[in-house]
Design a protein around this ligand. Structure first.
Ligand SMILES: [Zn+2]
Length: 300
C-alpha cells in the first residue's frame, strides 16, 4: 500500500468526524427585571398547597402566561391520596419548545407551596415562585428570540413537590414522580438527555449549592459555565437533597438540582414567614436564568 492510499482514508475520517461535530448555538440573554416581575405576579397569588383553590389558580396563571408567549401549554391532571390520606387533584403544566433534535431536555420547577400550619399565608417567594417565574421568563425569551436549541426543551411546572408529613413513595414529589413514571412506561427515557431542576434560585445573596446527589457531569457543566463568567456563586455541596430531580435519577436519567440551600443565615428563611419577595433580587434571578440557559445549550 502506498503512502498516498493510507493518507486518503485518514483525510476522509477527519472530514467525517468534523462533520458530526455540533455547531454551538448561543442562547438568548435573560432579563432579571422580567423574571422578577413574573416571580412577583406569581407570588401574589398567595399560598398554593396542592389541591387548594389557589393551586388551581396558579396552574391557570402558568397556562395563561405560556399562551401569552404564543405557545400551547399541556396540562396533566390526576387525583391521588396526598400525604395526609386526603384525595387531592394534582396538575403538571408543560410546554415543548422544539429543537433541531427530537431528543429532549426537561427543565423543571415546582410551583406548589409548603402547607405550614404556623404560617398559613406562606406563599414561597423563593421556594416555589422564584423558579416558576424564571421558567416562564425563559420560555418567553426563547420564543421571542426565535433561537432554536439543539435539543427540544420540555419545560415542566410540577405540582406536589412539597411533602405534608415526610418524603416517601406516598408523600411529596408527586408531580415529578408522575412524569418519571410516564417517561418510563412510554419507553421515552432514551430520548431524554438530561433533567435540570431549578428551586430557590432568587436569593439576593445567591449561593447555589449543588447537592451531592446530582449527576457529576451536569454539576461540572454548571461549575464550568459559572467559571467561564469568572463568577463565584456556585459550589458543590456535600449533602444530598430530596427534590424533583430524584425520581428521574431513580429511572436512570442524568439529573441536577440547581438550588440555593443557604437562604439566610443557617437557611433561616426556608419554610418560614421570612420567605418573602424582599429577600430576592433581579440580579440573582438573572444570574440563575443565564446559568440555566447556557447550561442547557451546552448539554451533549
Ligand atoms: Zn420547600
Amino acid at each position: 500500500m502506498s503512502t498516498l492510499s493510507k493518507t486518503i482514508p485518514l483525510i476522509i475520517l477527519i472530514l467525517l468526524s468534523s462533520c458530526s461535530k455540533r455547531t454551538e448555538i448561543q442562547p438568548p440573554a435573560m432579563n432579571g427585571d422580567d423574571i422578577f416581575a413574573r416571580v412577583a405576579a406569581f407570588y401574589k397569588i398567595g399560598p398554593k398547597p396542592s389541591g387548594s383553590q389557589n393551586a388551581a389558580k396558579a396552574a391557570e396563571h402558568i397556562r395563561q402566561s405560556i399562551s401569552a408567549s404564543g405557545l400551547n401549554p399541556e396540562t396533566d391532571e390526576w387525583e391521588l391520596l396526598n400525604g395526609e390520606g386526603i384525595r387531592t387533584v394534582y396538575r403538571n403544566i408543560s410546554v415543548d419548545m422544539p429543537g433541531k433534535s427530537k431528543d429532549f431536555i426537561i427543565i423543571g420547577s415546582h410551583y406548589d407551596t409548603k402547607k405550614i400550619e404556623t404560617v398559613p399565608d406562606f406563599a414561597g417567594a423563593n421556594d416555589g415562585a422564584s423558579s416558576t417565574g424564571l421558567l416562564l421568563s425563559a420560555i418567553n425569551t426563547l420564543k421571542k428570540s426565535g433561537v432554536k436549541p439543539h435539543y427540544t426543551l420540555k419545560f415542566v411546572f410540577f405540582d406536589g413537590e412539597e411533602c405534608l408529613v415526610n418524603y416517601s413513595g406516598k408523600d411529596g414529589l408527586f408531580g415529578s414522580r408522575r412524569l418519571a413514571a410516564r417517561l418510563k412506561d412510554s419507553g421515552m427515557t432514551s430520548s431524554c438527555r438530561a433533567v435540570v431542576i431549578m428551586d430557590m434560585i432568587g436569593d439576593r445573596d445567591l449561593k447555589i449549592t449543588i447537592p451531592a446527589n446530582s449527576t457529576p457531569e451536569l454539576t461540572e457543566l454548571a461549575l464550568a459555565v459559572a467559571a467561564k463568567e469568572k463568577r463565584d456563586f456556585i459550589s458543590k455541596s456535600k449533602n444530598s437533597i430530596i427534590d424533583d430531580h430524584v425520581p428521574f435519577l431513580d429511572i436512570g436519567l442524568p439529573a441536577i438540582d440547581i438550588i440555593d440551600f443557604e437562604y439566610g443565615e443557617n437557611n433561616r428563611y426556608w419554610h418560614t414567614a421570612g420567605d418573602t419577595l424582599d429577600k430576592l433580587s433581579s440580579s440573582s434571578l438573572e444570574t440563575s436564568g443565564n446559568l440555566l440557559m447556557r447550561m442547557v445549550f451546552l448539554i451533549k
